[in-house]
Design a binder for this molecule. Structure first.
Ligand code: NAP
Length: 324
């Protein structure tokens, strides 16, 4: 099939392009040529800017399917390129997020209410409006493609090349050993999906031309924050010992959720217990967590640049917390 990836060179897009090429599809990537431009010599590369409206290379060409990694997350920008593409595209995969759901304190399946943007669309992406803006982008896709579109709402995506570092922090920290601070209680639910499993499934959706909306993360109840260090220890052979600190103590020390990734307030636990039965029925499958840990650790250990600034406790801060 002729597949156009919008984005395609950082993390999920990169894995999706890899998966599509491995399955013999004829892949075109469209991006600015800034991030990892050397990747995928076998793909056709179109250069432009979805935010700046540099869309010239998209004016011609016919593709069976688009995998849209949504590099802008701005509904007005999405509408602009959809208008251009819609007449020449067979099928559309749009990558959204579980952050679209309005109430993280209630059980979530695909019919749960979504957020509403209560102001005019901003000219630039705003992190505080992430979920609302994704809802607007989803609507634009459904309006343009209807039954020829699938909306995929991933939760936490993990694995090699993750630019965010929320899972990588724990893999790296446990491998380093010693006493590790974690947010109690250990039965805290964790739901995640390996980037390669999700990417392979995106390509399968393309091949099957499935329509609809799908939550896409791990199976609720399969993993807890307590089991994660055990799995990490088994993979890395480290001597790490987890010290579970009560939320009240973390709050008193002004620890932020970014310093302890995967720490959600109890009221938000449903965001880590999302119903994914719809995706399972459509073929989403998962590798063992040990494989995700092993490959993330190997990738993280081999790279030179540090983890994303601001994710995880610094060694000094962790020592302070342990001392108190
Ligand atoms: N990570 C998670 O846990 C998570 C969870 C839920 C949902 N998601 C969603 O997953 C999606 C995939 O993100 P990803 O970073 O992994 O995708 P990706 O496709 O691997 O990387 C982003 C791509 O966008 C391109 N790009 C950036 N700005 C652009 C512009 N103005 N015009 C054209 N191309 C542009 C980048 O290349 P250039 O820089 O060369 O342009 C890069 O190829 C996002 O929509 C995100 O909301 C992620």
């Amino acid at each position: 099939m002729k597949v156009l990836a919008l984005g395609g060179t950082t993390f999920l897009g990169r894995a999706a392009v890899e998966a599509a090429l491995a399955l013999g599809h004829d892949v075109t990537v469209f991006n600015r040529g800034v991030t990892n431009p050397e990747l995928f010599p076998e793909a056709t590369k179109l250069r432009g800017d979805l935010l700046a409206g540099e869309l010239e290379p998209l004016r011609n060409g016919v593709w069976d399917a688009v995998i849209d990694l949504d590099p802008t997350t701005l509904p007005w920008a999405v509408r602009r390129y959809l208008e251009l593409l819609a007449p020449r595209i067979g099928y559309y995969v749009f990558v959204s997020t579980l952050s679209v759901y309005a109430d993280p304190s209630r059980p979530i399946n695909e019919t749960a209410p979504v957020k509403q943007l209560r102001e005019s669309e901003p000219p630039k992406f705003r992190d505080d409006l992430y979920g609302e803006l994704k809802v607007g982008c989803e609507r634009a896709v459904i309006r343009a493609f209807g039954e020829r579109a699938v909306i995929v709402r991933p939760g936490l995506i993990v694995g090699p090349h993750d630019p965010r570092g929320r899972f990588t922090y724990w893999v790296r920290r446990i491998a380093a050993g010693g006493e590790v601070v974690a947010p109690a209680p250990p039965n805290r639910p964790v739901q995640l999906v390996d980037v390669r499993d999700l990417a392979a499934w995106l390509v399968r959706l393309v091949e099957d031309c499935r329509a609809g909306v799908f939550n896409a993360t791990g199976v609720a109840g399969d993993l807890t924050l307590g089991r994660l260090p055990d799995e990490c220890r088994a993979v890395s052979g480290s001597d790490a010992r987890v010290i579970w600190l009560e939320e009240s103590r973390l709050a008193a020390a002004k620890v932020t959720p970014l310093e302890l990734p995967l720490w959600f307030p109890a009221s938000h636990w449903p965001l880590m217990e999302v119903d994914v039965s719809h995706a399972l029925a459509a073929g989403l499958s998962f590798r063992p967590i040990a494989e995700s840990i092993r490959d993330t650790l190997a990738w993280d250990s081999a790279r030179e640049e540090p983890l994303t600034v601001g994710i995880g406790l610094t060694a000094e801060r962790e020592r302070e917390l342990l001392a108190t």
